[in-house]
Unconditional design. Structure first.
Ligand SMILES: [Zn+2]
Length: 245
């Protein structure tokens, strides 16, 4: 077993990890777009194309719908990936909207191209409930099952437990964190730590920065609103990402 990283390696966007199970089987976890600072000095082809071999990829597992985790999906389809795209139920419901939006904003307004991409997506998309094992269809004798667990990041977000059981060996568990949320979010269940793991691949989007507490953030918003009301000002709320407005 081997894990290759095709994104979120030198920065924090473009998440795309390949779990190589054996010479005939691998799974991809996320297929995100590079954004912000990571795009400077690089051409579109370099950023968007799927430059790695996908011939052994048997499934794409999606942790959540943010563009830096799913934005290269159309390019993966264009590269010929025809396997299942597996996500939680909420992510599967959101994903077509996110991809349609991403295509319109970043690629094309051509309705027939957008429609073709979305119909491929809906054919390949499989929704799996949280906390339920799902067995992957692989080549040969090796057995692999996956389970989504709540990650508390955005609607539908999950960390993924992957159990790999080669024929003659004991199984090992690899956990892909995706993006993790904080506890006590008003709308999302708090994430619970995985029961066990042999290997953990963990995202660290904010590095060593501490977020402001929820109460302090509410206070600073209140201050801004009170000031705007008192001097007849205008408050602009940037809507840049799902679940962040
Ligand atoms: Zn995210």
């Amino acid at each position: 077993m081997e894990i290759l990283h095709h994104g979120a390696v030198n920065g924090v966007t473009g998440s795309c990890h390949q779990l190589v199970i054996d010479s005939s089987n691998s799974v991809l976890v996320d297929c995100g777009l590079f954004q912000g600072a990571e795009t400077s000095g690089r051409g579109d082809d370099d950023l968007l194309s799927i430059e790695f071999d996908i011939s052994t990829v048997q499934a794409l597992l999606v942790t959540h719908c943010h563009i830096d985790h799913v934005g290269r999906l159309p390019y993966l389809l264009a590269a010929g990936f025809s396997g299942p795209i597996i996500a939680t139920e909420a992510t599967a419901a959101l994903l077509p909207m996110v991809i349609e939006d991403a295509l319109k904003v970043g690629v094309t307004r051509n309705q027939s191209i957008i429609k073709a991409c979305l119909s491929r997506l809906s054919e390949q998309l499989i929704a799996v409930p949280y906390k339920r094992w799902f067995v992957l269809d692989l080549v040969g004798e090796v057995k692999t099952k996956i389970k989504f667990q709540p990650a508390g990041h955005i609607l539908g977000s999950a960390y993924i437990e992957v159990d790999v059981k080669p024929v003659t060996e004991v199984s090992s568990r690899v956990v892909f964190s995706g993006d993790l949320g904080a506890n006590y979010s008003p709308l999302l269940a708090s994430p619970k730590s995985p029961y066990k793991a042999d290997i953990v691949v963990i995202e660290s989007t904010y590095g060593d920065k501490d977020h402001q507490g929820r109460r302090e953030r509410a206070k600073s918003l209140e201050k801004v609103l009170i000031k705007a009301i008192s001097d007849n000002g205008v408050v602009i709320t940037p809507a840049f990402s799902i679940g962040r407005t």
